[in-house]
Design a binder for this molecule. Structure first.
Ligand code: AMP
Ligand code: GLY
Length: 427
């Protein structure tokens, strides 16, 4: 396909970064983003529809003659956008970059992901799963674990379904909250209890058609709101790529022990999969263990990963959607990339939206500002979310990339702007 009309679903920093990278492709004819944000509107046409409104998406695809749908977030995948499109005669020729409902269970159900890993022998924390009628067995299983206890609601719980608890009594009452009191409704009708892994986390990204794969640059994100990794969990306050401990030896282990069996598992289970696999890993003394799968790119990891990919991302996505990942050729730049997230005061708890933003222009090709929660109106650019702007900067080493990103932070202002000043502190 030489001139593609593309629809990107989503509206965060990840989607702005994907849109930015796809826009560099000579094969792009026109880009639509639904719903998009104040940054993506500079690269294509924002369409104000929800990413899970399948009927509206269908109408848009047909009206605009879309060839490829790239799905950013997990919600439309878990809800079955791909299955919806495949079942509709009028959408049969439109390609989708994203897994079907079956594959999305890797993210949508922790228990499914654990069983999947067990079957193909992928290193992961020892675990057991329990339903509501098994509260006593679940409590008994805690005896086999050492604290801290790791409890996970089976389904999607907006990032709040994982508890790590030192106290045994608290672990038991949380099990009751999940299984009996329905804390997260259907999502916590089952729980996974697993062993706590000690190590450092990183995120590895794979693009696959379920047969062949390409490993993208790895990244590390900083999830807590406070400096020194303290305070509440957020969607992510910053990221860096590459990750220093992910050297050739470590990445070879990741490929052999995790990526290859993951693809094999998809084949064994006959799960059609054309999309990203985000593997959350723990480095335990040099050995990688899977903490979780996601069926999308990470945010804010994408804001550094896209900065280090050399080559035509759009073509790679098209080929992958067309079962031709074997033909994908993407390079990885030697640059280091760092991203600092500017957030609304109060986030990740309550915060205000609609704050007018000022951004001084930056004359540096190595700096890109990815919009996460912004919106344009007659008065100008305004905040529209908790995570507002991701400042990403490249340089020949990590320290310089971080310094550059932080120097640009000073050029942005909005009421109650907040950010972490220690991204990369632990490396
Ligand atoms: P998840 O949603 O499964 O990624 O869990 C959220 C976070 O909890 C992860 O990013 C880890 O920081 C932490 N976590 C989850 N599982 C474990 C584990 N088995 N051992 C240690 N930390 C964990
Ligand atoms: N940054 C972690 C995530 O996207 O889930």
């Amino acid at each position: 396909m030489d001139r593609m009309r593309v629809l990107l679903l989503g509206g965060g920093g990840r989607e702005h970064a994907l849109a930015w990278k796809m826009s560099q492709s000579p094969k792009l004819d026109q880009l639509f983003i639904a719903p998009g944000n104040g940054g993506t509107s500079e690269l294509g046409t924002n369409v104000p529809i929800k990413e899970t409104d399948f009927e509206a998406i269908k109408e848009l695809i047909l009206r605009e003659g879309i060839h490829l749908v790239v799905v950013g977030p997990e919600a439309p995948l878990v809800a079955g956008i791909r299955d919806f499109m495949e079942a509709d005669e009028s959408l049969k020729d439109v390609k989708v970059l994203g897994s079907g409902k079956a594959g999305a269970e890797l993210e949508g159900s922790k228990a499914f992901a654990k069983r999947f890993m067990e079957k193909v022998d992928i290193p992961t924390a020892r675990y057991a799963e329990f339903g509501a009628e098994e509260l006593d067995q679940a409590k008994a299983f805690l005896d086999e674990m050492k604290p801290p206890y790791v409890l996970k609601a089976d389904g999607l719980a907006a990032g709040k379904g994982v508890l790590i608890l030192e106290d045994r009594a608290e672990a038991e009452s949380s099990l009751e909250d999940f299984l009996i009191k329905g804390k997260f409704g259907e999502a916590s009708e089952r729980v996974v209890i697993e062993e706590y892994l000690h190590g450092i986390e990183l995120s590895v990204f794979v693009l696959t058609d379920g047969n062949n794969y390409v490993i993208l640059p790895e990244a590390k994100d900083y999830k807590r709101i406070g400096e020194g990794d303290t305070g509440l969990n957020t969607g992510g306050m910053g990221s860096i790529s590459p990750v220093p401990f992910a050297d050739a030896t470590f990445m070879q282990r990741v490929e052999d022990r995790i990526v290859k069996p993951t693809i094999q598992g998809l084949k064994n289970e006959a799960i059609p999969y054309n999309g990203f696999v985000f593997i959350g890993l723990m480095n335990v003394d040099g050995d990688p263990y899977v903490i979780e799968y996601n069926v999308r790119m990470g945010d804010p990891e994408t804001e550094t990963v896209m900065r280090r990919i050399d080559g035509d991302l759009l073509e790679a996505l098209w080929l992958t959607a067309d079962n031709k990942t074997a033909e994908v050729s993407l390079g990885v730049s030697d640059d280091h990339s760092a991203c600092v997230m500017l957030v609304s005061g109060g986030y990740p708890e309550g915060y205000e939206k609609g704050k007018l933003m000022t951004i001084e222009s930056v004359e540096d090709e190595q700096v890109v500002m990815f919009h996460a929660g912004t919106k344009r109106d007659e008065e100008g650019l305004k905040t529209s979310g908790g995570r507002v702007l991701a400042i990403s900067a490249n340089a020949s080493n990590r320290e310089e990339a971080l310094n550059k990103a932080y120097s640009v932070v000073k050029k942005v202002d909005f009421e109650r702007m907040n950010y972490r000043s220690d991204i990369g502190f632990d490396l």
